[in-house]
Design a protein around this ligand. Structure first.
Ligand code: PGA
Length: 256
């Protein structure tokens, strides 16, 4: 019922337009016609427009790694959702751990960006996750409940199903290995329960929850093999188009 979705972020690892062209061209040739799964690429911000040109006409969508909390006005240095929409962007990444820790993004800011994204008809990749590994399920529930509730505060219930929750435990980002699959599955179950408690079972069943944090082709089959894991958010280990293609094929073989 939930269409699997895989996102890949280039963060600010791949910033050259020429390199972006080359990589995306390969990805489009390898996976650009797949229809059973949604794919989204979040290029480095300076390459967003040229990336849009390469992805146009393929089944791979474009995403922005961040947006300004308001559509337009005095927000120096921010990327407006108006520009994202104009170039055909469909997804917006919000609240990534790096934005929270390095750029001190608050839950209030995350709420504004999520709300704007949904009201403008785009789809947020709302990142949530605990800072340290936590084996107490009640504490995890409380953390997810707080992050989801504050990010989605005041948003019309009809729009909530368009959110994609990217579960990204801070402690598993930028590491050699992803979190343990059992740990990931338990967290996804808890997130699904939080969503059901907040918005009802019907809506919770429609929301996709994906995992991100040092995902590789080795860990993919174990992570994805669970009903509450609807896809992946890939970083470094998918930057090579061949690896990305392999990860995508594994996800499709299990989910589609
Ligand atoms: P990583 O990035 O796979 O390089 O850890 C994942 C992310 O931050 O989304």
């Amino acid at each position: 019922m939930r269409k699997p979705i895989v996102g890949i972020s280039y963060k600010t690892y791949i910033n050259s337009i020429q390199e972006t062209f080359k990589m995306l061209d390969q990805i489009v040739r390898l996976t650009g016609t797949e229809k059973k799964i949604e794919q989204v690429i979040f290029p480095s911000i300076g390459t967003l427009y040229p990336a849009a040109q390469v992805l146009k006409g393929s089944n791979i969508a474009l995403g922005a790694q961040n947006i300004s909390p308001e559509k337009n006005g005095p927000f120096t240095g921010e990327l407006s959702i108006e520009s994202v929409k104009e170039i055909g962007g469909r997804y917006v990444e919000i609240g990534h751990a790096e934005r929270k820790t390095i750029f001190k993004e608050s839950q209030e800011m995350i709420n504004k960006k999520t709300r704007l994204t949904l009201e403008e008809g785009l789809f947020p990749f709302l990142c949530i996750g605990e800072e340290e590994q936590e084996n107490n399920e009640d504490l995890l529930y409380n953390t997810f409940n707080f992050q989801i509730l504050s990010a989605l505060n005041g948003i019309h219930i009809e729009l909530i199903k368009n959110v994609i929750i990217a579960y990204e435990p801070f402690w598993a980002i930028g590491k050699s290995f992803a979190a343990d699959p059992e740990y990931i599955h338990k967290s996804h179950d808890i997130i699904r329960n939080v969503l059901a408690d907040l918005y009802g079972k019907e809506i919770s069943k429609q929301i996709r929850i994906i995992y991100g944090g040092s995902v590789s082709k080795v860990s993919t089959p174990f992570i994805i093999n669970n009903n509450n894991v609807d896809g992946l958010f890939i970083g470094r280990f998918g930057h090579n188009p061949k690896n990305y293609n392999e990860i995508l094929r594994i996800v499709m073989s299990i989910k589609c």
